[in-house]
Design a protein around this ligand. Sequence first.
Ligand code: ADP
Ligand code: ADP
Length: 225
Amino acid sequence: DSYLQLDKLTLRYGDTVAVRDLDLAIAKGELVALLGPSGCGKTTTMRAIAGLLKPASGRIGLDGADITRVSANKRAVGLVFQSYALFPHLTVYENVAFGLRLKGISGADLDARVGAGLKSVGLTSFAGRKPAELSGGQQQRVALARSMVMEPKVLLLDEPLSNLDARLRLEMRAELQRVQKETGVTMIFVTHDQVEALALADRIVVMLNGGIEQIGTPEEIYNNP
Ligand code: ADP
Ligand code: ADP
């Protein structure tokens, strides 16, 4: 029983076919890695799931509904990019509150949800700071909280750890896994780092030239490279 389902998805940029006939089924609560070399179609696939790129053909289903033609802001799909683009003039609290306010949430409800979001990434005491006063890893955790408080059905992370130094990367790996297990959110993250995929994912989708070359658990991928 799949929660997110891609059926024969073909994605183009003009005449360039970036992804061809992709079939993929992801269960609720899974942490999936899209792994593969630069240019194989990982980001393009994520953009289609997010609704930022219209499929040339094929279908995207989420939680029992066909969302192929649903606009990006109505999909309940969260996105965290490698450049996490926090609003520099807003506090950590206001950065996390931003999307909730747009949805008309305010007062005690807003406070509770922002509070829970900040707590889940261990940044409660940083609520009043500006992004520039935070480390790169802390800023990334704010970006994660900002997406999580919107309660997305699927959270997409594009190379979420690639801008961090080695120590922070390990820290954030553990953080991502913890938040995912705690909230049960379905997560897909893009990486070109095999070690990262093996360490983090429940399942790894290996892409090559716009298609899936291999798919399996970290054990299966590790034993059949
Ligand atoms: P990635 O980290 O996914 O490999 P790239 O560095 O290849 O990303 O691409 C960065 C940006 O450039 C993206 O917005 C992508 O859509 C765009 N891009 C990538 N390849 C091309 C191309 N051949 N023509 C135009 N834009 C491209
Ligand atoms: P990955 O994320 O795996 O590095 P992408 O999804 O960014 O790969 O790119 C897949 C293919 O689509 C590549 O051949 C890339 O050059 C091309 N591509 C990506 N973005 C664009 C774009 N904006 N315009 C044209 N071609 C693009």
